[in-house]
Design a protein around this ligand. Structure first.
Ligand code: ADP
Ligand code: MG
Length: 663
């Protein structure tokens, strides 16, 4: 509140209760800009950086959502230099912190880091300096930025005591929470230690909090406010005195070209597909291949296969290298392609990543730390948020980059097998599968709809000044795909057959997986399916009691006349559209995902006799890729992207990026 009375806003002075325009000039503006150029070598603010810096200088609580690579770090590093005292930064990963510290040291800034692996001597030296700062009053050399991992706050009492000393001396300038979505269980990357950060507001009630994230859908945002103890949001750059100021910048990035490509079922084949893609399109470029986890997918296999090409061998490295070494080589460009699980690259500042490939659905697996790692204790979170954020590590320099998801429904089904059957997680899985299966709607529009839900506030974040959020981007796979590559088939009869089969299995007390249903529909495996006796299994577990055989002719009038891939696509279509539903069953070793008909919906087809379905059945059209090729399925050449000018629109301080035709 101190700064508000001294704020000069445009021509007049802001009164206490007036709206404040944080993109206007302030007393500190000249100082900020001078430091920005001198220390960071940055000429002008971009996106909402200036507004966030100003709100920061004004001691506000802030939530700032900016795309990865947008420049969130500057929004607290710059104000930290102009404010007496120390800014505490909480960040989830050591790699990320190290990266920041190196940058700050290069710029000659007094910054320190405290993590679980900080040596004892260093720890006590830093503690001593912080305590000295608290006792010295003004003047003397100050640690401007102190980076810590969340468990330092959650678990380390003596460090909290040092912070309290600083606080009492008025030397705790601000608390920054990077990757703040990790606070929320609704987000895609929940971290239990982050939840403990709720104590910060209680311990240091007068210290303003800045929460930073690249992905913060409205549900996560609500959680953030609650857990961090922030006041309700006041909208945009015009903020009254009370409340958290919310800043957002366009999340859609024109230079990222999204596509989903079919992933072959055999590991060997799909590795070839990855390798061929890299060699063909990004032979000398830096890129990341995200994998599910080192255990589930043999990374060695992928890498060996790439390395066998001598030209690539020196540039590809395993994530199993010591992290620090890998990061160093990755930064200086001697390693070009990294295979990694998703933790890699969170916040790593490498600007020229030209491609990010997702070899399987993006997931976050973490083990409940206090429990033995049985399958049931694994939480898998997978969602479009994760995919969006991981892909966002490409093209931070604003130049063209490719983001590709290699997708096979079996991946989703297998992942589901280790998903706790929680509705929220199931919804997320569905949103991801829906995204992957979609062959028509523009990827940008899909993201916009997903992230914005019903919130007007963030719908604008998918808009740029020259383009509406719901205008197709024109350069993703769905926008670019030649129309002849997609067949829109009337699938009423096939749907009738599949649902009849599913009902027959269900009535016989059997259970079937998607793969099993596909086999039955094709008349494979002697048309056998498992029959379980749910009543007698211990603790309600279903127990396999043998098999039953389906008479395909009687049940469905014969085989389904579609290819294996297309039958699978149709099954997923039926699942996403509520005709089939999945259920998870615990066996002693794993969780299996079965699907069953939703009778109310299913009967709309199956109550009709076969010969009437085509005429009287409810209309159902399913899009199929008519050629399952693993590359070049768009069939068109992509237009090149104009450079993005990341400056704010001065007219009213609303935050927009404009695209102009420089160069
Ligand atoms: P984020 O945390 O939002 O992912 P960073 O803060 O790591 O992004 O910044 C990404 C890169 O952008 C860094 O290399 C940074 O130096 C650069 N950068 C930040 N702000 C600007 C700016 N206004 N102009 C030019 N480059 C900038
Ligand atoms: Mg960052």
């Amino acid at each position: 509140t101190t700064a508000i009375s001294s704020v000069s806003q445009g021509k007049g002075k802001a009164k206490q209760q007036d709206n404040i325009n944080y993109s206007a000039e302030f007393d500190w503006s000249a100082g900020l800009k001078a430091k920005m150029t001198k220390v960071f070598g940055i000429e002008s603010f971009r996106l909402c950086q200036e507004g966030v810096c100003n709100a920061n200088m004004d001691n506000r609580d802030i939530i700032c959502v900016m795309p990865t690579g947008g420049g969130k770090s500057l929004t607290y590093q710059l104000p930290a230099l102009l404010t007496p005292g120390c800014t505490l930064v909480i960040s989830p990963l050591i790699a990320l912190i190290t990266d920041q510290i190196l940058h700050l040291w290069e710029a000659g800034i007094d910054a320190v880091m405290l993590t679980g692996s900080t040596p004892k001597g260093e720890l006590s030296e830093i503690t001593r300096r912080l305590q000295q700062m608290a006792r010295m009053g003004s003047g003397g050399s100050e640690i401007k930025l102190c980076y810590v991992t969340p468990e330092k706050i959650a678990k380390n009492k003596s460090f909290r005591a040092v912070l309290e000393e600083l606080y009492k001396a008025g030397k705790l300038a601000r608390i920054v929470i990077d990757e703040a979505h990790c606070v929320s269980q609704m987000g895609h990357d929940f971290r239990p230690d982050y939840k403990e950060l709720s104590m910060l507001r209680k311990l240091f009630p007068r210290v303003p909090i800045l929460a930073l994230s690249a992905t913060c859908p409205p549900v996560v945002c609500r959680d953030l406010l609650k857990i961090l103890g922030l006041k309700p949001i006041v909208e945009g750059t015009r903020a009254t005195e009370d409340g958290t100021v919310y800043f957002t910048a366009p999340l859609y990035r024109k230079n990222l070209h999204y596509s989903v490509l079919p992933k072959p079922s055999m590991v060997k084949e799909s590795v070839d597909v990855l390798r061929d893609y890299i060699l063909e399109h990004h032979k000398d470029d830096a890129g990341i291949i995200y994998c599910l986890s080192q255990k589930v997918i043999s990374l060695d296999f992928i890498l060996l296969s790439i390395i066998r090409r001598p030209k690539l061998s020196k540039r590809v490295l395993m994530a199993q290298l010591k992290r620090e070494t890998l990061h160093k080589r990755w930064r200086d460009g001697s390693v070009k392609v990294v295979c990694a699980t998703i933790a890699f690259g969170l916040g790593i500042d490498k600007r020229d990543v030209r491609f990010v490939l997702h070899y399987s659905m993006p997931v976050r697996v973490f083990l409940a730390s206090c429990l033995p790692c049985y399958v049931t204790n694994i939480t898998v979170q997978k969602s479009l948020d994760g995919f969006y954020q991981e892909s966002g590590r490409a093209g931070r320099d604003g130049k063209d980059a490719d983001c590709i998801l290699y997708y096979r429904f079996q991946d989703a089904a297998r992942l589901s097998c280790i998903t706790v059957s929680d509705h929220n997680i199931r919804d997320k899985l569905h949103s991801m599968v829906r995204f992957a299966q979609e062959l028509n709607e523009c990827r940008k529009i899909q993201f916009a709809k997903y992230f914005c839900e019903s919130s007007k506030l963030s719908m604008s974040s998918w808009q740029t000044s020259d383009e509406n959020a719901l205008t197709p981007c024109g350069h993703c796979d769905n926008c670019m795909r030649a129309p002849e590559l997609v067949d829109h088939k009337d699938v009423r009869l096939a749907a009738w057959q599949i649902l009849r089969i599913a009902e027959a299995v269900h009535q016989a007390g059997g259970s079937v997986t998607v793969a099993g249903l596909v086999d039955l529909a094709r008349g494979n495996g002697g048309c056998n399916f498992n029959v379980s006796d749910r009543g007698k299994g211990r603790r309600g577990r279903s127990k396999s009691m043998g098999t039953d055989t389906l008479d395909l002719e009687t049940v469905a009038g014969g085989k389904v006349d579609l290819s294996k891939e297309h039958i699978e696509t149709l099954c997923v279509h039926l699942l996403l559209n509520g005709y089939l539903v999945e259920s998870f069953h615990q066996t002693p070793y794993s969780v299996v995902m079965y699907i069953a008909p939703v009778l109310a919906e299913s009967l709309r087809f199956t109550r009709l006799p076969r010969e009437d379905v085509q005429r009287k059945g409810p209309p159902m059209v399913c899009p199929f890729l008519n050629k399952v090729k693993h590359k070049a399925i768009t069939g068109k050449k992509r237009p090149s992207t104009p450079d993005v000018d990341y400056s704010s629109d001065p007219s009213d301080g609303r935050i927009t990026a404009s695209h102009n035709k420089r160069r």
